[in-house]
Design a protein around this ligand. Structure first.
Ligand SMILES: Nc1ncnc2c1ncn2[C@@H]1O[C@H](COP(=O)(O)OP(=O)(O)OP(=O)(O)O)[C@@H](O)[C@H]1O
Ligand SMILES: [Mg+2]
Length: 321
């Protein structure tokens, strides 16, 4: 089934273009804007304007725990493409722009390898890639340092976010943003300038600004840590965000705030890979594709109806073919 066409707004206070993508970001008018075609058929225009490129291409990925050599990933294949801006026409020959978002979810039993997959993608030092390939925007990730993967536009929100004692949230975010600006040849932001960037994002996530002064995740409740992860994403930006159980530990209202924040960040040129056990997250951030992982492999891919089926009948209810 084709993923849904969706309208998104880049004017959200949470929208933060990743500095690593200087040119390809969408310059099309929002979907509500339309104008008359002149001298060019809408079909030809649509063909000319529509293009999709691959963000992540994982082929035959195997990985083990570095210390013990225990194999966890047993040949993962996964492709994540950008969305697209497509031009169509209405009966009145008015051009209309459609933004197609592409969102992926991974589900699977406990211990099936979901978190390990995302950790291997970001270069977690506990794991060693023993075979296969990982291409991110055409670049081979396998030998790249974790910080370079991050600067290339990959973001990960951990299932259990760690504390960084002695580093305030504000300083951490400022350092991360300035590292990206430096890579793009932009001048560093000073604290005052940065405060005006981060403040609306804190407000949009309904966080107390005091969290900016606290050390990263130190003494944060489980839900506060998850919200803080999404604050990082909204400030730093990403071409591909890997969100590992972002819904765990969140109360109903917090889940909605976090989902709104993630939805506000989505554009046709970026994507999200969410790991979750629960339909309630997928009701709020609607996936185009749902992948099922078992024994270190993706064994089935389909649309969001798979998640509904799992929710109703458990993993045994889906035919794993
Ligand atoms: N560093 C490690 N050392 C030893 N075993 C590990 C390590 N990392 C992962 N594993 C094992 O690999 C398997 C997959 O773990 P992983 O955390 O990827 O599962 P998961 O699918 O995310 O599960 P959950 O849904 O419970 O979060 C588990 O059996 C886990 O114990
Ligand atoms: Mg996990």
């Amino acid at each position: 089934m084709a993923p849904p066409l969706a309208a998104v707004s880049s004017s959200s206070p949470l929208f933060s273009p990743s500095s690593s993508r200087p040119i390809r970001r969408c310059h099309a008018p929002p979907p509500s804007i339309s104008f008359q075609t002149r001298g060019r058929s809408p079909t030809a225009a649509a063909a000319a304007e529509s293009s999709v490129s691959t963000l992540l291409e994982v082929r035959g990925l195997t990985a083990s725990v570095k210390e013990t050599g225990q194999q966890i990933l047993a040949g993962v294949d996964l492709t994540i493409r950008e969305g697209e801006v497509r031009v169509g026409s209405s009966w009145s020959r008015r051009l209309q722009f459609y933004w197609r978002l592409v969102i992926h979810a991974i589900m699977g039993k406990n211990g099936s390898g979901k978190s390990t997959l995302t950790k291997v993608l970001v270069g977690h030092p506990h794991y060693e890639v023993t075979g296969g390939t990982i291409l991110f925007k055409g670049e081979d990730l396998v030998d790249m340092e974790p910080e370079d993967r991050s600067l290339a536009g990959l973001f990960m929100s951990f299932q259990a976010p760690i504390e960084i004692p002695g580093v305030s949230n504000f300083d951490f975010l400022l350092m991360a943003v300035n590292a990206r600006r430096e890579r793009s040849g932009l001048p560093a932001l000073g604290p005052l300038e940065f405060y005006s960037v981060v403040s609306p994002k804190v407000d949009a996530l309904k966080m107390d600004p005091k969290f900016l002064d606290r050390n990263v995740n130190e003494g944060f409740s489980g839900g506060e840590r998850k919200r803080n992860e999404i604050l990082q994403l909204s400030v730093i930006g990403a071409d591909l965000a890997l969100l590992d159980e972002i819904d765990s530990g969140l109360d109903v209202d917090a889940l909605e705030d976090v989902a709104n924040a993630v939805n506000g960040l989505l554009t046709p040129q970026n994507s999200v890979l969410m790991i979750t056990h629960y339909q309630r997250l997928l009701d709020l951030i609607k996936p185009s594709y749902v992948h099922i992982m078992e024994n270190g492999k993706i064994i089935k891919t389909g649309d969001s109806s798979i998640a509904t089926q799992i929710n109703e009948g458990g993993f045994k209810s889906i035919a794993l073919v």
